[in-house]
Design a protein around this ligand. Sequence first.
Ligand code: SAM
Ligand code: SF4
Length: 328
Amino acid sequence: MIDPFGRPVTYLRVSVTDRCDLRCVYCMAEDMTFLPKPDLLTLEEMERLCGAFIRLGTDKIRITGGEPLVRRGVMTLFQGLGARLGQGLRELTLTTNGSQLTRFAHDLAQAGVRRVNVSLDTLDPAKFAEITRWGRLDKTLDGIFAAQDAGLAVKINAVAMKHVNEGEIDQLVAWCGEHGFDLCLIETMPMGEIEAQRADQYLPLSMVRARLRKSWTLTQTDYATGGPARYYDVAETGQRVGFITPMTHNFCESCNRVRLTCTGTLYMCLGQNDAAEFRAILRDGASEEELEAAIREAISRKPKGHDFIIDRTSGAPVVPRHMSVTGG
Ligand code: SAM
Ligand code: SF4
């Protein structure tokens, strides 16, 4: 599938639930209203839709959310998709907060998952509780090490926040280096209403990178995981540190992905509101050909780039969805 700007679309991210066992301050409001169950695609519907994407050339699928591991029965989806590895699908992976990984790491590895991204913004237990509102650092760390023990390669995702964890990035680089994890730093994106003021949280990664250079020797590499991160080798640790900078650098030229929500809405861009609906098509008994045609039509509408701006008069985000809806 090639979009109107000549970009091959080979990567599908699937949000399997909008729910989560945490309430990270940059992602959700504390009091969230979640979707009623009948609105959600069943895991079978998701697998069928993923199958159509794979036939059309999607070779990488990432399961995300909300917290994907809180969706009941989610391992059946991993098993179903895992069976397609080597048959069109090249990689099956997930992004998780790690809280359930002690339970699921082994089964994920069995299903064919080789890499996981785990979100961890701080190594300080009190700050972790503050950022995630409901989380416990030890639970996430146990999950991370369970994944490592199960043979999964772990990448740590950290959202860089002004005044919150900006003083700890060196420590995160050192800790990841010690344990053999790559680290990926992310700028906060203005998505959805939260209690905090977005502008107060925003920390440009260009500044973080300049600060890191005082302690670490960073050499830019062309290592790529199919995502928007730009990676640097850290000479002192032998690991990599990546930067995802949607706000300071336009990362759209090489965009190869589309995102499916748990209700079957396909967003062709994380930072735009145009979408295609698949739930009704699936439930109206569409044939595989009709499903494929609907996917192709959606890809033909993939926009050139995102629109992550905060409305200057109201202070409201232009993208009203929370990240947990489209899947980060
Ligand atoms: N619950 C899982 C987790 O936390 O990894 C998967 C879903 S979460 C929405 C995916 C990623 O998006 C996490 O790394 C999270 O830190 C990031 N994220 C959430 N809201 C964000 C925002 N407004 N700006 C930037 N990153 C965000
Ligand atoms: Fe949950 Fe992930 Fe959002 Fe945190 S970032 S609230 S863990 S979905």
